[in-house]
Design a protein around this ligand. Structure first.
Ligand code: GLN
Length: 268
């Protein structure tokens, strides 16, 4: 079949899927829509379109997704990496702080830990997750990029962590009970334990913020991704736990998305 025929079936899915399958830009595909696709690509694209039209996430159907310029293996073992989370990575990369040792809590695909390790070659990054299959996937992604400054291990929050870090980062499950019940159907294919943050969505923040100082160096910093309506509650938790220099940042849609805090003022 020609690209044109697929564009007529579903333009959006076709453009994204073919940009991955053929490694071409969307513009190229639109300008060259008379190209005949071989049987292999035709069959793959047909299968992807069918799955996505049935509500299956495109990122899982493709099995790959780009995050911070890197192509990650993406499947049902872990949450799909989101563009908002790229901001969390960017903030850490650009921050004027010590970054020798970084811990990513609830690493999932490993997208945060790997993109930090890829861009901060002097840092040692560890990623932990309660899910063994997520750690398996994160290791497959590590292999893809041949990195030797990142490692992954299973840990229920800090249960297997015995070190101290300059930076703790986490995008924990943060969706509350009410929002989880109203979620888009496509999100039900993602692991519930990567999305659901208890009745108030704050379960993991309470745990992480309550324990983080035991795993942070004296000059350590904490970077958290948060839900759109959680900023006040999380800043309050940080204040109650005597963190310094608490700051929040909005995402590209104008929602509060990232919270930063230091163990002690100004020595980061
Ligand atoms: N950003 C995701 C969503 O709203 C949630 C990710 C998370 O719970 N950490 O779909």
């Amino acid at each position: 079949m020609k690209i044109k025929n697929f564009l007529e079936i579903d333009k959006d899915i076709t453009l994204i899927a073919l940009s991955y399958l053929l490694n071409k830009s969307k513009n190229y595909l639109l300008l060259n829509d008379q190209i005949d696709l071989n049987d292999e690509i035709t069959n793959k694209l047909n299968a992807i379109i069918k799955k996505v039209k049935n509500g299956y996430p495109l990122q899982y159907a493709l099995g790959r997704w780009n995050f911070y310029g890197l192509d990650f293996i993406t499947d049902e073992r872990a949450l799909i990496p989101r563009p908002e989370t790229e901001l969390l990575v960017e903030k850490i990369i650009k921050a004027d702080i010590k970054k020798e040792k970084i811990l990513d809590i609830g690493t999932g695909t490993g997208a945060i830990a790997i993109s930090l390790a890829f861009n901060l070659k002097e840092s040692l990054v560890s990623g932990i997750d309660i899910s063994e299959s997520a750690i398996e996937l994160a290791n497959e992604n590590k292999e893809k990029f041949s990195l030797d400054n990142v490692d992954f291990f299973v840990s229920d929050l800090f249960s297997n962590v015995f070190d101290k870090y300059n930076v703790l980062v986490s995008n924990p499950p943060y969706i509350n009970k009410k929002d989880y019940q109203n979620l888009d159907k496509a999100l039900f294919y993602e692991p519930k334990n990567a999305l659901y943050g208890g009745d108030d969505g704050l379960f993991f923040y309470k745990k992480i913020i309550g324990q983080a100082k035991n795993y942070l160096k004296e000059d350590g910093c904490l970077f958290l991704e948060i839900g759109y309506d959680q900023r006040n509650a999380i800043e309050k938790l940080l204040e109650e736990n005597s963190y310094a220099n608490i700051n929040s940042y909005k995402d590209y849609n104008g929602f509060d998305r990232i919270v930063f805090a230091q163990v002690k003022e100004d020595i980061c």
